[in-house]
Design a protein around this ligand. Structure first.
Ligand code: 5RP
Length: 216
């Protein structure tokens, strides 16, 4: 049993929380790629909102009913992976650069369930913290963020919304303080720090079995 099995069992456990009639947000990443076939094999009468074109394409190919987010005010459930899950339940997300859409979808959901392999569990979060930046005035924005520490522009395509993906490499003690600072910077569209208040449940795959993650 390895990390891939751990991702798969966590995803399969989350798929069992999906019931007919729900509107469900689908995250982005390799762990979510195990969720999609698990949902397809259950074939419930569910509508899905995708957090990235990659997820939308994979979900549609698997036969899931993917709808536009526009016109949907609330989701029943959102399921997504994470790069790091702290004991405090703060998350770092955005390894795939999809954190802006992922945070919007998670925030719209009555329940946000995080699925991870146990190697994502950490005592404390560490950099990098993914960022999405508006291209307009980006050099001025980078100067502002630079006061917090080094920033690296990622060599990846723009986000589907045209944002530039970067990583803040500065070490930090308190994710809440850093999140507030980043929230206050003009030009930062979104960052990858997700607060515990957003997280309903963490499902962890470990040694090929499911266990609960850190609790509130
Ligand atoms: C994408 C994300 C992913 O959920 C995160 O990077 C984890 O990915 P994976 O499941 O491939 O390890 O935030 O923006």
């Amino acid at each position: 049993m390895g990390v891939e099995d751990d991702k798969r069992v966590a995803a399969e456990a989350a798929a069992r929380e999906v019931a007919d009639g729900m509107v469900v947000g689908l995250g982005t990443g390799t762990t979510v790629s195990y969720l999609i076939p698990a949902l397809a094999s259950r074939r419930p009468e569910v509508r899905y909102v995708a957090t990235s074109p990659t997820t939308a394409t994979a979900a549609r190919r698997a036969g899931l009913n993917v709808i536009d987010f526009e016109g949907v005010e609330r989701l029943d459930l959102a399921i997504d992976g994470a790069d790091q899950v702290a004991a405090s339940r703060w998350l770092v997300k955005g390894g795939g650069g999809a954190h802006t859409r992922e945070k919007i979808v998670a925030s719209a959901a009555a329940r946000f369930v995080v699925i991870v392999s146990s190697n994502k569990l950490v005592d404390r979060l560490t950099p990098p913290v993914p960022l999405e930046l508006l291209e307009f005035g980006i050099d001025a924005t980078l100067r502002l963020i630079g006061a917090l520490g080094p920033v690296r522009l990622r060599d990846v395509p723009r986000s589907p919304d045209g944002g530039v993906i970067a990583d803040l490499m500065a070490p930090f003690d308190d994710p809440g303080v850093l999140a507030d600072r980043l929230d206050s910077l003009a030009g930062v569209v979104e960052h990858g720090l997700f607060p515990p208040a957003l997280v309903s449940d963490v499902i962890v795959g470990e040694d090929g079995r499911v266990r609960s993650g850190p609790t509130r």
